[in-house]
Design a protein around this ligand. Structure first.
Ligand SMILES: NC(=O)N[C@@H](CC(=O)O)C(=O)O
Length: 437
């Protein structure tokens, strides 16, 4: 088994350290130069040396909200192409949403996805189980069977749809509490968003497009944090998109309610002004909101009201986006640009330091999803799940170079900072010098 010496990186953006990987674990970390391999021929000794001066070494990123599309929509993405995209973006673990075809609402389907992840190995794939049968919101799925399965499901979500029936949501919270599971709610009151095409506001009025009112998200979040308090369980809120949602989560946390929340990279950067272009790449659920919402989300991620960044990586083939706005599919790819968008919106603006990025994109998502071995400290004895980032890089986003099967990125042609140079999954480089293994 070769050893890998990562020399001269700033660990978590702090002091410069050398990190020695032996097999699947970190053997040692020490101040620059204190791990001495001088006098030995690295190749002869089977030691690969990575000169990482100026780079940041983070724990491997964890995405709690990824759509891998397999089974059923392999034209958009597969577990192979999606996990290659994840490794390109610095991820060592992703949680795969259940809105596949068939829906991941049985032990059989979640085990199929889990096995595909093991087979391809670009990152760990943790299937998310549907809360209700067929994502229909009417009957609880086999939550226990999915948890007991080889996939060991702990996160349950009907993402794409809302668990809008309060009794069903209460029973789901009660059921998963028994084994420490968590329900991740896609907060969208369905009747308030019938025919919705974009954020309800000034722009939707001017364009004459059906509005997706903030209250359709906020009313569900308000209900669910109270249900979680009533049941005495935890609850996770997917893709917060409004300032009002931030206030409700902040209030719930101040009451001691065990709620966690995520924000996507696109909701940290983009607003509904982009819809004026009628370019369907900007069509997403929940929709892009206003500048005021963007700023509230950034502040909330900085102060910890929002716990994590989750990509909501939603790949769609060209034909599902290359059509008029009303008919276009909703969603954006995000795995390969997430860290750059977070650096641009949070680090380069002084709202978060790199230790904060590690917290929001690795430590906390791993904790919420119980991703064993991920989100661990960069220290001796820990699994070598690591991401090396060159923060000084600047480049234009070119989807032609994406590992994802899909190209529906809202950042095409935009200059973003930062580049993941290496990703290590238990000591094995899945990305080496920017190239997938
Ligand atoms: N986020 C999106 O815009 N799309 C998601 C599902 C969803 O949340 O609608 C998808 O699976 O494509």
């Amino acid at each position: 088994m070769t050893k890998i010496l990562i020399r001269g990186a700033k660990v978590l953006g702090g002091e410069v350290q050398d990190v020695l990987i032996d097999g699947e674990t970190i053997e040692a970390t020490a101040r620059q130069g204190e791990i001495d391999i001088s006098g030995t021929d690295p190749d002869a000794e089977g030691i690969t040396v990575i000169e990482a001066a100026g780079q940041i070494l983070l724990p491997g990123l964890v995405d709690l909200h990824t759509h891998l599309r397999e089974p059923g929509r392999e034209d958009s993405e597969t577990v192979l192409t999606g996990t290659r995209a994840a490794a390109s973006g610095g991820y060592t673990s992703v949680f795969a949403m259940a809105n596949t075809f068939p829906v991941a609402d049985t032990a059989g389907v979640v085990e199929q996805v889990y096995r595909l992840g093991q087979e391809h190995g670009y990152c760990d794939v943790q299937p998310i189980g549907a809360v209700t049968v067929g994502l229909e919101g009417k009957k609880l799925a086999e939550l226990g069977a999915m948890h007991e399965s080889a996939a060991g499901v702990t996160v349950f979500s009907d993402d794409g749809k809302c668990v809008d029936d309060a009794v069903i949501m209460r029973r789901a919270l009660e059921y998963v509490k028994a084994f420490g599971g968590v329900v991740a709610q896609h907060a969208q009151e369905p009747r308030l968003t019938e025919g919705a095409q974009m954020n309800e506001g000034v722009v939707s009025a001017e364009l004459g497009l059906g509005g997706w009112p903030a209250v359709a998200e906020e009313s569900i979040i308000a209900r669910d944090v109270l249900l979680a308090e009533h049941v005495g369980s935890r609850v996770h809120i997917c893709h917060l998109s409004t300032a009002g949602s931030v206030e409700i989560v902040r209030w719930a946390k101040s009451r001691g309610i065990d709620v966690t929340a995520e924000v996507t990279p696109h909701h940290l950067l983009l607003t509904d002004e982009l819809v004026r272009s009628y370019n369907p790449v900007y069509k997403v659920n929940p929709p892009l909101r206003t500048e005021r919402d963007v700023m509230a989300l950034r502040e909330a991620l900085a102060d910890g009201t929002i716990d994590i960044v989750a990509t909501d990586h939603a790949p769609h083939p060209h034909e599902d986006k290359d059509c008029e706005w009303a008919a276009a599919a909703m969603g954006m790819v995000g795995l390969e640009t997430a860290l750059s968008v977070v650096q641009h919106t949070m680090v380069d603006t002084g709202l978060l330091d790199w230790a904060g990025v590690a917290d929001r994109m690795s430590f906390k998502p791993a904790k919420i999803g119980r991703a064993t071995g991920h989100g661990r400290p960069v220290s001796a004895g820990e699994p070598a799940n690591l991401t090396l980032v060159d923060p000084a890089y600047r480049g234009l986003v070119d989807p032609a170079g994406f590992a994802s099967r899909s190209r529906n990125t809202p950042y095409e042609g935009r200059e973003l900072p930062g580049r993941v140079t290496h990703t290590f999954l238990r000591g094995r480089a899945t990305l080496m010098d920017g190239k997938l293994a």
